[in-house]
Design a protein around this ligand. Structure first.
Ligand code: ADP
Length: 589
């Protein structure tokens, strides 16, 4: 698929042309800026060669209209789709969306959340629709990746009326963090959903993201791109009490304070220049203001990295990207120095010799470092092209119906724990078989005991497994008084500990999870329906009092599976299901 990507700003336009089909090839990329008196600066990269010229395009409309000619000059035609970067998707867009009239109306409603960025992005969409009226146009949102973050990381502790008005944390740079996470996973050679990564995007705008097993769990930017790190011209974290203080002390208005926090703060306020290269040069010449700015910058970044490592219970990799993350060996060094306590040890020579040509993503940790330190160029346009291609991938036909079963809280035990709870030599006694072949509900039951309370008479499911696993609902976690992550069965690393009590003894074990909603699927059904192992699908549950659509349902293709979807009791209650129901896989046609 040949995809043209646009990132339209208020006074600039970037574009890239990608062929995405198994391999990913950048054919041409370019940027127009400094529109003035009917002309602009144009940078073009073709076959790895860079060109700069002053071009006769006076505004965004003229720049977009010039793109077909630029592509034709390279012998490129036959574009299949256009992908647009859209800054803010609010809580509405958790994935890319085809930009038809009704979607565009919904994006427009989000303008108050991103008054500077969304209107420029939408102007780009409107102009591209004029130039290519017959091509599908897809919006890829900077915020979507972060919509997976749990409520406790996205909720501000402010009055309900403010939250009802939409005040919450979103996070930005999502496309970059996702790309960087995927690239790091490639380098490490493990799937992203097995890794805990802190991604540091350090450019003019800067943010840190906690990528917990493939999903954004937290990001340093919040409602707006102001929160978090020190940036080129943005302040990052400031006590919100500053508004009252500055209004009383200096008589400033809200608009004046807000504008200064966006455009006259950060490195610019601390050093006089928004550019890290200037700060580093001046600091080296003895400028104490620049020295302090660099220390503040590194300290803030290090604090966030430590916080996110704690939030995820440890990390496998720390990844740097963005102009500063990619190019400043000394800033990477300052940020990593002091993180040895959590397993980050930088190799000084490797850090000094970074070469990112040909999409390289070198590792900078020293031998024996528990955590990998990786640098990679961010490729937001490539990620937008990928997501545009995925959004438009051939839609599946036919309505696919499968049974939905409700899993009450239960426990899987390893043999050692069976004996610890029920006495030496004890084995599980089957009481009745379950629908998944070979599985049974055991006669024996246990008590799960947490710091707040206990759940009694909890069913054990057999046969025994290599590792004990306790599956509860979110409501149960409050009854127990512990937090539990949403995980697929068997994915038990870094899960909380809990006490189990049986008639012969008690044990403390990790393995407490809220089971991710999933479908056990026989390979024949997977093939018939065109879904793959670990793919996430949507299922509309029908035949119940209320009806409900579940998204993010993970397909598990297993050779002996009886095809069936499993949800927990909270999910069943929300959908008004008791016993069982039917679900239909939703296809986009
Ligand atoms: P944007 O967020 O606008 O895409 P970039 O990712 O290009 O910005 O990052 C720009 C920042 O990177 C600037 O602060 C610039 O000074 C910094 N930078 C670029 N090269 C270097 C370098 N060699 N050393 C230190 N900082 C650098």
């Amino acid at each position: 698929m040949r995809i043209l990507v646009f990132n339209a700003g208020s006074s600039s336009l970037k574009f890239g042309l990608y062929d995405i089909a198994g391999t990913e090839t950048l054919r041409v990329k370019g940027g127009f800026d400094r529109f003035h008196d009917g002309s602009c600066d144009l940078k073009l990269t073709v076959d790895g060669a860079h060109h700069r010229l002053r071009a006769p395009h006076g505004d965004l409309a003229a720049a977009i209209a010039a793109v077909p000619g630029i592509l034709a000059a390279q012998g490129i035609d036959g574009i299949n789709a256009i992908g647009h970067r859209i800054a803010h998707g609010g809580a509405l867009f958790d994935k890319p969306a085809v930009l038809d009239t009704s979607t565009l109306a919904r994006v427009e409603q989000l303008t108050p959340l991103a008054p500077l960025h969304n209107p420029a992005n939408l102007a780009g969409v409107a102009l591209a629709r004029q130039v290519w009226p017959d091509l599908p146009q897809v919006g890829v949102f900077d915020t979507s990746f972060h919509l997976s973050a749990p409520e406790f990381s996205t909720t501000y502790a402010v009055p309900q009326a403010w939250r009802d008005a939409g005040l919450r944390r979103f996070g930005f740079h999502g496309t970059s963090h996702k790309y960087v996470g995927l690239r790091a996973a490639e380098v490490i050679g493990q799937p992203l959903d097995r890794l805990q990564i802190v991604s540091c995007h350090l450019g003019n705008g800067a943010s840190v993201c906690a990528i917990n097993r493939g999903r954004s769990m937290d990001s340093s930017m919040g409602l707006t791109p102001l929160e978090g790190l020190v940036m080129g011209t943005r302040s990052g974290d400031v006590d919100p009490g500053a508004f009252g203080f500055l209004s009383r002390r200096l008589g400033l208005t809200i608009e004046e304070i807000e504008s200064a926090l966006y455009t006259d703060s950060g490195l610019k306020a601390l050093t006089g220049s928004p550019d890290m290269r200037d700060a580093e040069d001046r600091a080296a010449q003895g400028d104490t203001a620049a020295q302090l700015a660099i220390e503040i910058y590194a300290y803030r970044a290090r604090k966030y990295i430590g916080a996110y490592a704690a939030a995820m219970g440890g990390i496998d990799a720390l990844v740097f990207t963005g102009g500063i993350g990619e190019n400043s060996a000394s800033m990477r060094r300052r940020i990593c120095d002091g993180l040895e306590f959590m397993g980050v040890t930088l190799d000084i020579d490797r850090n000094q010799r970074v070469d990112l040509a040909d999409r390289a993503a070198p590792e900078l940790q020293s031998w024996g470092s528990r955590v990998r330190v990786i640098v990679t160029e961010t490729q937001e346009q490539l990620q937008i092209a990928r997501e545009t291609a995925t959004a438009l991938a051939v839609m599946r036909p036919a309505r696919l119906v499968l049974p939905v079963a409700v899993s009450a809280r239960h426990v899987h035990l390893c043999q050692e724990h069976v004996e610890a709870l029920f006495g030496p030599g004890a084995t599980l006694t089957p009481e009745f078989p379950l629908r998944q072949p070979g599985n049974f509900a055991a006669h024996q039951k246990v008590t799960i005991e947490g710091p707040k309370g206990a759940l009694h008479q909890v069913r054990i499911l057999g046969p025994t497994r290599s590792r004990t696993q306790i599956e509860v609902s979110r409501t149960d976690t409050f009854a127990l008084g512990v937090e539990a992550p949403v995980r697929l069965s068997g994915d038990l690393d870094a899960t909380p500990k809990i006490r189990l009590k049986g008639p012969a003894g008690s044990i403390e074990t990790d393995g407490l999870i809220i089971a991710a909603r999933h479908i056990h699927m026989h390979p024949d059904d997977a093939e018939r329906w065109g879904v793959a192992d670990r793919e996430e699908v949507e299922v509309r549950v029908t035949g119940t009092g209320r009806g409900m659509t579940f998204s993010g349902v993970i397909v598990r293709v297993q050779p002996t599976a009886f095809t069936e979807m499993h949800i927990d009791t909270d999910e069943a209650n929300a959908a008004g299901i008791s016993g069982g129901a039917e679900g239909a896989l939703i296809t986009a046609d």
